[in-house]
Design a protein around this ligand. Structure first.
Ligand SMILES: Cc1cc2nc3c(=O)[nH]c(=O)nc-3n(C[C@H](O)[C@H](O)[C@H](O)COP(=O)(O)O)c2cc1C
Ligand code: SF4
Length: 602
């Protein structure tokens, strides 16, 4: 590292007040400035933050969007989910390979381009899509690719590396950098005009306790998947002792197939910030943080602009809406490509500038969360619901939905249907109703509800109702037609969990890989009935013994397809007289010769 580089890294650290907690921002800024975080940068960061270099390296190596070694200045990432692959991602990838004379996973010798697969980028309704640095390109065809590469090569300042904070400036110059609005059907939550101050003003007319009572009366349950009662979470957080209370918004949205939070952040940011501000008042908090997944960096600028407007309107900052004692502001923290950071305790670790490894619980974040202070972590959609509840009242909210699942749910619908996008539906509608709405074919083979960590629902269950008490979902709804290979899709989802396991506990770290291998054996017709049973037993063990929600749900693609499509597994059972692909004696020949003794027949 030259003197200039060292000074530049030191300058970045100074921008963040040499604050250890802001290590993620420092790492992202260094990555964006130099294309990687090399050994020298690690040592400068460690020295200036007063921590060990191993701690910095440990953090940096955890995240997919941070590199230890230089890659291309233009990073082209294509998602390799079942949805993107069935929409033509492979053909688009081949076109990129041809245009760049590169193979997937490679970097060009001049370090201009890196081409690679990544997991879901939150665009399942507009696949094939690509992330090029911080730009998002949607609905691609192979024919678009030469124009895209020419446009990147022609960028005037040649510096297409994402800046930090990210700028959207280059998006306007790129073909296909157009995001189609994802909302297809609005319901009571999103329909009609919205006055940004209405919910906050209604809350400020009440005491914080009364606000929590109203949220409790609405029976709002968390929209991130687990369905925890929001009023109870807010009360637990408010009642916990601490020198500060934090309002955290989970905008990590890493579950393949989901994009409704991206839609809310892009199209309804005021409702999200209203909800967070109302939570801030209820919890006695002064600080809210949105944890925005790295894949959504292109939302950074518009979200910052929206925060700035709210400050100028007196909806953020000191004395909100003229209230003498209510001071609250929101900042945005970018993530760096790790699905596990959607798990609330891993999210908090990441917010504190560490690797995103889940914490042991208890204590829960409501007691010891961000900086060990009481913190409420809620999903983007949950905050939107809270804003509307304060504006229109708990009774308005409970008038929709079912007894145990009040209100509406935003569903991200993708796959084999005529109209993919976000649908706001009242809780209680059947899966059949949804399939009609989005134009799915009558012969739909199955629906993957709530993403890979959810369940594969077979046609016999399409009459089930979407509700916490029946088919519970965080929103991801992937539809697969009769020509799709159910087991191959289950294998792709199993691969996803292998890639995303944080590696902390053995059942998940080793178990996900063994499950993937088990599925491969089954799919290739090399498994006996006993092998299939063993895979099922292993899946149950991984689900039971893993430390956090990721490992506990990772076997679901296998377990739920085994339960609902046993005939597909049976059809792949190896013939009785199975001839192994590997000739054991040949495979061992070299070792036998080295050892100098022949194997003994038993
Ligand atoms: C592996 C994993 C990933 C998760 N990802 C998300 C996510 O992207 N967004 C989200 O809101 N919740 C996610 N969750 C759930 C959160 O841990 C937490 O329950 C949620 O943010 C609470 O908000 P809510 O009560 O509003 O649903 C995830 C959980 C696990 C185990
Ligand atoms: S279950 Fe998986 S993701 Fe969770 S702590 Fe264990 S290894 Fe990490």
């Amino acid at each position: 590292m030259t003197q200039n580089h060292a000074e530049a890294v030191a300058g970045i650290i100074k921008e963040f007040a040499a604050d250890r907690i802001r290590l993620m921002d420092i790492a992202l800024a260094v990555q964006h400035r130099f294309g990687c975080i090399g050994d020298d940068a690690i040592h400068v960061i460690a020295d200036q933050l007063g921590i060990h270099a191993v701690e910095v390296e440990d953090m940096v190596t955890f995240y997919a969007f941070l590199d230890r070694e230089a890659r291309g200045r233009n990073r082209i990432r294509l998602s390799n989910t079942p949805i993107s692959l069935m929409k033509g991602a492979i053909e688009v990838a081949r076109a990129f390979e041809d245009a760049l004379n590169l193979k997937l996973g490679e970097t060009s010798p001049d370090f201009e381009f890196t081409l690679e697969w990544t997991s879901d980028i939150g665009m399942a309704d507009q696949e094939p899509a690509a992330l090029i640095n911080d730009m998002i390109l949607t609905s691609l065809t192979p024919l678009d690719v030469p124009g895209i590469i020419a446009a990147i090569r022609g960028l005037e300042d040649k510096d297409c590396l994402p800046s930090f904070p990210p700028k959207a400036a280059h998006m306007a110059l790129m073909p296909k950098a157009i995001m189609r609005p994802s909302l297809i059907q609005a319901g009571p939550l999103l329909f009609g005009a919205h006055d940004p101050a209405a919910g906050i003003q209604a809350a400020l007319r009440m005491t914080p306790e009364k606000v929590i009572e109203e949220i409790t009366a609405s029976k709002l349950r968390g929209r991130g998947g687990a369905g925890f009662p929001t009023g109870m979470k807010w009360r637990l957080t408010q009642k916990s002792a601490g020198s500060e209370h934090y309002v955290l918004c989970n905008a990590d949205e890493g579950e393949p197939g989901t994009f409704k939070d991206r839609m809310l952040l892009a199209e309804y940011p005021d409702l999200v910030f209203d909800g967070m501000t109302i939570a801030g008042y209820a919890l006695g908090s002064h600080q809210g943080i949105v944890y925005l997944r790295g894949e959504y960096a292109y939302l950074w600028e518009p979200l910052q602009a929206s925060l700035q407007t709210r400050r100028s309107q007196g909806l953020l900052g000191p004395h909100i809406c003229g209230h003498p004692d209510f001071n609250f502001d929101i900042r945005i923290q970018l993530g760096a490509g790790a699905y596990i950071c959607g798990e609330e305790s891993a999210l908090i670790e990441s917010l504190e500038g560490k690797r995103g490894a889940p914490r042991d619980r208890p204590p829960f974040p409501t007691e010891h969360g961000y900086l060990q202070e009481p913190s409420a972590v809620d999903n983007v959609e949950t905050y939107v619901c809270a804003a509307r509840i304060m504006e229109k009242g708990a009774a308005w909210f409970t008038s929709c939905g079912t007894k145990q699942s009040t209100g509406t749910k935003l569903l991200s619908v993708s796959g084999d249907c005529a109209r993919p996008g976000v649908y706001e539906v009242p809780f209680g509608i059947t899966l059949n109703d949804l399939l009609d709405l989005c134009g799915a074919e009558d012969d739909t083979a199955y629906v993957q509800m709530s993403g890979p960590s959810g369940q594969a629902v077979a046609p016999k269950d399409f009459g089930r109702r979407i509700a916490y008490e029946d088919l519970s979902t965080g929103g991801s709804t992937m539809i697969f037609g009769p020509h799709r290979d159910v087991l191959d899709i289950a294998l792709q989802f199993s691969n996803f969990f292998v890639d995303e396991s944080c590696g902390w506990c053995t059942p998940c770290r080793v178990g996900t890989t063994l499950l993937k291998q088990g599925m491969e054996k089954i799919i290739h017709g090399r498994a006996s009935l006993a092998d299939i049973s063993a895979t099922e037993a292993l899946a149950n063990t991984v689900a039971r013994m893993s430390r956090c929600g990721l490992g506990q749900t990772a076997p679901n693609p296998i377990l739920t397809t085994m339960r609902n499509f046993p005939e597909l597994y049976e059809a792949r059972v190896a013939p009785e007289k199975f001839a192994p692909l590997v000739a054991l004696d040949d495979a061992l020949r070299e070792a036998i010769e080295v050892q100098g003794r022949e194997p003994v027949e038993v």
